[in-house]
Structure formats: structure tokens, C-alpha cells
Design a protein around this ligand. Structure first.
Ligand code: HAM
Length: 431
């Protein structure tokens, strides 16, 4: 029968045989962010459209071209989150978290939705791990956040990443910069795409991250924000760099980084790689001192970053980083006959209760097919039970790698003895 339908373009399935890679990476992200004092926040997958329009910015590509927006049956306009920052900020405001003490430190795993042209490393549904910190304007916080991202990459043994940082100033210095940009781009009015022409008046900085090849070429020689920073922004940026130097984090200053979302102020940064093709930005973030106010709150200087899970896994794969599968079966129990099946049910329960992974036949296969399956799932040990073993109340547990056999009693001590056996032989990489 033909398939009813296939997955939607730009989406991906993570199959059971691949999911351990995600879990491994997620565990390290949770672990590292916990060490820095971050706790998880979970927000809805959709929000009022207005939140993203105001938060991410009306003149961004994300809002103008890429959002999955629809009207509900009740007539409200809602949007699938294109990123995690706006939703987290909304939650912080709605629950008045600033009253519980500052800084507020939140981490998240989210699926995001952007109607972009799919290509390697660019999806319409993708996943981010993100960090947000609210209530500090101290440059030490900027450096600390970058250190957190770096420590995640270090733990994952990723080394082909460059950290690029920039400062895009505050609204005060940006006014001058906008003027300079407008003057520059006016000369290319006829060549810029329609969207960029409309940005010329409202927000010329957005022309700098237009994806059209003509606009990006023109943008290459545009004035750089670093030449327009006010004293306070310059000082802030130089302090961020001193703290990064003190932490031993390597970076380059790239004055062309402006980021594609409107909320950024001062520090912005990206971790970039050349090893996964054109979509090489694995992590992006920065400071957004005005966002909470823009959403109706008080002035609450904040900052954060997000890493693309798919891109990160692509980098790890391209670097040949082996991710250990923590879910490999410890023991497969093959059975011959009904009595053996009953015994196997009892033994796998014992082994599972001891915290190990155990499987037995649930399809009614013959012995050869059962052993083939044990091989396929990479069972570390196997055990065959038939009427003889039940009569003797013992059986041989076989190490599937070395072939070594050990006789164990099939009684209440089985799981305990098996755990000891497999612990002494266990040479697997510990997460
Ligand atoms: P962003 O740069 O738009 O920033 O996205 C962050 C990361 O998500 C990117 O560096 C990339 O790895 C991944 N990503 C973005 N779009 C796609 C896509 N279409 N397909 C696959 N991966 C993608 C933000 O989203 C900000 N909210 C980050 C942030 C948090 N800034 C402050 N706090």
C-alpha cells in the first residue's frame, strides 16, 4: 500500500537507533549549564504572534518571511516559535520572576519553526538548546555565558569551531550608525531587493543580514558598527574581552556580525565552523538589554545564546567524534520452550530492576533467529535457557565479545551476580 503521506519538507525524524546521540549531547548541555547555576524553563510551542513581531522585530527576515502564523478557531493570530528567547522573556515577565531575585538564569531545549529554504543544516523544524540570563549589565556575565558555551563544546570534544564576537552598541550609538548605513545603501537603492528597500527607512541594519546574494555583496563594504560605538559600549566590549582573556577563551573580533534578530544590544557572538557547509553557525547569542522593556516590562538588561542541535550533531559527525550508546543491551535471554519463556520473564525483570538493560524474545522466534537478534542489538551478554537449564537451575552466561562463559544460578541471586560479572568486564566509555 502506498504511504498516506511523507514527512513535511524541512523536517526530520530522529529514529530510535539515532536518539542516543541527542540524549548524549543533551545530557552534557544540562550538566554544564547546571554547573553554571541555570535551571530549565519550558514554554509553549506557540505564542501570540504579537510577541515575536515585537520581540524578534518587524523588520527581521524571521518575522517578515519565515514565521508559521495562523488564526485559531477563536480568531487569534498565533505563531509557532521561531526561537526561544521571546517566549522565555514573556514567561519571566508574566510570572514576575524579577521579584524572586536577580539574576534569573534559565536554560531550555526547544523545537523551532522557520519557513526557510531547506538545505544541509537549515531546516523548517529544528531544535535549539538555549540559555537566558536576566537582570545584569555587567560584562562579566557576557564572558561567563560565552565560557558556558565553550565548556559545552569542550566536553563534546568539538574543536573545529571559531568564536567570533562583536558589539552592536546601544540605541544611542546606533542612531549615528543607522544614519551612516542609510547614506551608504541609498546609493544602491535600485539593486537592493524589495524587502531591503523597505528596510532602508525603518531599520537599515537588517540589510546587513539579508540572504539575497546581491544585497550581501553590497553589504560587504558597508560602514562597520565598531566605528560608531559610544564610550560606554566601547568600555563594555573591551571589558568582555578582558574577562574572556582571563578565562583563556580564544576569540576573534568580527565587526560584520550583527545577528539576524532585532533585540540585540552591545555584545553579540557566534561559534562558527567550516566543516558542515554554508550553514556554519552552530551557536549564536548576545546581550538584549531592551527586550524586556519592549515587551512591556521594566528595564531588565539580559543576555543569552542558542545552539542548533542538528548543526552541532553534524559537526560532531564530520569530526568523527564517537558518541557512546549508553542504551546497549546488557543481557539477551534466548529461550527454548514455554517453561524457559516463563523463567526468562522472571530473570529479565530481576536484571531490569537492578538498573541494567535486558531483553528476551517477544516474537516467538527460533533459537538461531533469537541469537541473530542478540547480535544485531549488540547485546553484551547472552544466556540460553531450555528444559535442561531449568532442571539444573543454572545456565551459562556468554560474553558476546570474548566468547567467555560463566555459569550462574537461575535463582534470586541471578541479577546481582550478573551485575558483578558485567561490571568487571565493562570497559565502555563513561559519560
Ligand atoms: P539564531 O542565530 O537565530 O539565534 O539561532 C541560533 C542557532 O539555531 C543558530 O546558530 C543555528 O545553529 C540554529 N538554527 C537557526 N536557524 C536554523 C535552521 N533553520 N535550521 C537549523 N538550525 C538553525 C536565536 O535563535 C536566538 N534566540 C539566540 C539567543 C538566545 N540570543 C539570545 N538568547
Amino acid at each position: 500500500m502506498a504511504l498516506i503521506t511523507k514527512k513535511i519538507k524541512g523536517t526530520e525524524d530522529v529514529l530510535p537507533k539515532e536518539s542516543y546521540k541527542w540524549q548524549f549531547v543533551e545530557k552534557i548541555m544540562r550538566d554544564e549549564s547546571r554547573k553554571f547555576g541555570f535551571k530549565e524553563i519550558r514554554t509553549p510551542v506557540f505564542e501570540h504572534t504579537e510577541l515575536f513581531a515585537r520581540g524578534v522585530g518587524q523588520t527581521t527576515d524571521v518575522v517578515q518571511k519565515e514565521m508559521y502564523t495562523f488564526d485559531t478557531k477563536g480568531g487569534e493570530s498565533v505563531t509557532l516559535r521561531p526561537e526561544g528567547t521571546a517566549g522565555a522573556a514573556r514567561a519571566v515577565l508574566e510570572h514576575a520572576l524579577e521579584n524572586e531575585g536577580l539574576p534569573i538564569k534559565a536554560s531550555y531545549f526547544v523545537s523551532c519553526y522557520r519557513y526557510e529554504k531547506p538545505q544541509a543544516g537549515r531546516l523548517r523544524e529544528f531544535h535549539q538548546f538555549g540559555i537566558e540570563e536576566y537582570g545584569t549589565q555587567d560584562p562579566v556575565a557576557d564572558a561567563e555565558l560565552i565560557c558556558l558555551a565553550q565548556s559545552i563544546f569542550d566536553r563534546l570534544q568539538i574543536n573545529q569551531l571559531r568564536l567570533e564576537i562583536n558589539s552592536i552598541g546601544c540605541p544611542a550609538c546606533r542612531a549615528e550608525y543607522h544614519k551612516a548605513l542609510k547614506e551608504y545603501f541609498e546609493a544602491y537603492k535600485d539593486e537592493l531587493c524589495d524587502t531591503c528597500n523597505s528596510r532602508l527607512e525603518k531599520n537599515p541594519m537588517r540589510i546587513l543580514d539579508c540572504k539575497s546574494p546581491i544585497c550581501s555583496k553590497i553589504a560587504e563594504n558597508a560602514p562597520k558598527i565598531t566605528d560608531y560605538l559610544c564610550d560606554e559600549c566601547k568600555e563594555h566590549f573591551s571589558a568582555v574581552q578582558s574577562y574572556l582573556d582571563a578565562a583563556g577563551v580564544e576569540y576573534t573580533v568580527n565587526p560584520t556580525i550583527v545577528r539576524g534578530l532585532d533585540y540585540y544590544t552591545k555584545t553579540v557572538f557566534e561559534f562558527v565552523t567550516d566543516c558542515i557547509g554554508a550553514q556554519g553557525t552552530v551557536c549564536g547569542g548576545g546581550r538584549y538589554d531592551g527586550l524586556i522593556e519592549e515587551l512591556g516590562g521594566k528595564h531588565l538588561p539580559s543576555l543569552g545564546f542558542a545552539m542548533g542541535m542538528e548543526r552541532l550533531l553534524m559537526v560532531m559527525e564530520s569530526q568523527g567524534i564517537q558518541i557512546p550508546d549508553a542504551d546497549e543491551c546488557s543481557l539477551y535471554i534466548a529461550t527454548m520452550g514455554e517453561n524457559a519463556k516463563v523463567k526468562a520473564v522472571e530473570l529479565v525483570a530481576q536484571v531490569r530492576n537492578s538498573g541494567l538493560i535486558a531483553e528476551t524474545d517477544v516474537i516467538g522466534r527460533g533459537l538461531r533467529a533469537q541469537m541473530k537478534y542478540a547480535d544485531k542489538i549488540g547485546a553484551k551478554y547472552s544466556l540460553v535457557i531450555g528444559d535442561n537449564e531449568i532442571e539444573q537451575n543454572s545456565a551459562e552466561v556468554k560474553n558476546m565479545t570474548t566468547g567467555e562463559k560463566t555459569t550462574l544460578a537461575l535463582d534470586k541471586t541471578f541479577a546481582e551476580k550478573f551485575a558483578v560479572l558485567q561490571l568487571t568486564a565493562n570497559d565502555s566509555f563513561k559519560i
